[in-house]
Design a protein around this ligand. Structure first.
Ligand code: CP3
Length: 340
């Protein structure tokens, strides 16, 4: 698989490309399946439908890897939290974590077992996906999940979780450690079910100053990476801590690919990490609104990376109002411009 070779820094005939959130609302075919499923969460819990939308971008756009269709928040859901997705507001937990008693109620082994619908979707996808295309599994980083679990929703200030960080760090560490245990089991089960690589999304990494990032986020990501690498060295691990360009010098660990977000200059990521890790990213997602902007964005990244130790992607998820035509144009132009 070209994608897996690229994850390990091997030479490939072109630079593989996929897009974060590539299965989603910009595709009319996705909207149809979601409507039939009834809701986003029903779609996540129905393995046949989840498999169908996972495969759509491979067929429609020709990306080099499929990413499992699910959500990072199914993990806290199956640990015992009450989750809903409300239109316009995003995800909401009606019973955010506040006390040690709330935390003690959350389950570990049972949660990993209840996520069977994800493992089933993976088995279906892998049986239908062409053998030269990779399937990427994923989870949210413990810090990002803990933030949602404590805030109860998305947040601009991170007021509740940061209050805990300073006033009761041991409680926060307790939450992070418990989530980390579930994530190890969850990713291991994803690998056993057939994913070829895994990505850990740390969307809220940018909320933390340097010392706090390493103490409350990176260390738990690395705990997961070490666990997986000791058992599955052939499965590449991609990390995506968003918005931490100031701390790149100190990034080190048992992973293979570093996901560069769009606000980090790709030159800087290459200078700080490019010799040690393969880089993934990082075209600014709104460039997809214009073909000229796509051309410029792709050319710039190709010029910097020179088709070496690189996987093409956006620097965050594709937006729902991007045209399918422009998404296809992006994928094709990466393949064209990186062909040896
Ligand atoms: O990348 C993919 O195509 C795979 C599927 C995937 C989804 N969410 C599907 C989804 C992945 C990898 C995620 C990860 C995810 N989910 C993250 C980390 C990546 C990031 O974007 O920073 C986060 C923070 C979440 C939490 C989440 N899920 C939010 C904030 C929202 C609502 C915002 C929005 O875009 O509407 C979701 C819902 C969600 N997850 C949708 C999809 C396709 C939209 C649901 C719909 O169909 O209406």
């Amino acid at each position: 698989m070209i994608f897996i070779d690229a994850c390990f820094g091997k030479k490939t005939p072109y630079t593989p490309v996929w897009m974060m959130r590539q299965a989603g609302r910009y595709l009319p075919q996705y909207l149809k399946v979601r409507e039939k499923a009834g809701s986003f969460l029903h779609l996540c819990k129905n393995p046949e439908s989840a498999a169908e939308v996972t495969l759509q971008p491979v067929d429609i756009l020709g990306v080099d890897a499929a990413i499992l269709f699910s959500d990072i928040l199914v993990v806290p859901l199956e640990m015992g939290m009450d989750l809903r997705f409300s239109t316009g507001e995003g995800p909401i937990f009606s019973n955010p974590l506040m006390t040690k008693a709330d935390l003690d109620k959350l389950q570990i082994n049972e949660a990993a077992e209840r996520l069977e619908y994800v493992y089933k979707a993976i088995r279906i996808i892998r049986s239908k996906l062409s053998s030269d295309k990779a399937l990427i599994g994923f989870c949210g980083a413990p810090w990002t999940l803990a933030t949602y679990m404590i805030e109860g929703s998305g947040t601009k200030t991170y007021g509740k979780v940061k209050k805990l960080l300073y006033s009761n760090p041991s409680f926060l560490h307790g939450v992070l450690a418990k989530v980390t245990e579930v994530l190890k089991l969850y990713l291991e089960m994803q690998i056993k079910s057939g994913v070829n690589a895994v990505q850990i999304f740390d969307s809220w990494a940018s909320a933390l100053e340097e010392k706090a990032f390493f103490e409350f986020s990176w260390r738990y990501i690395q705990d997961i990476c070490s666990f997986l690498k000791s058992k599955y060295p052939d499965v590449p691990i991609i990390v995506f801590p968003k918005g931490i360009s100031g701390y790149l010098d100190k990034i080190e660990g048992e992973f293979d690919v570093f996901g560069v977000d769009w606000s980090t200059p790709i030159e800087l990521a290459k200078e700080k990490l490019g010799n040690r890790y393969v880089l993934q990213g990082n075209m600014e997602p709104t460039r997809l609104y214009s073909k000229r902007a796509i051309d410029e964005g792709v050319e710039h990244i190709v010029n910097v990376m020179q088709n070496k130790r690189h996987i093409f992607n956006l620097g965050h998820g594709i937006l729902p109002d991007v045209s399918v035509e422009n998404a296809k144009y992006f994928i094709n132009s990466v393949h064209e411009k990186t062909k040896i």
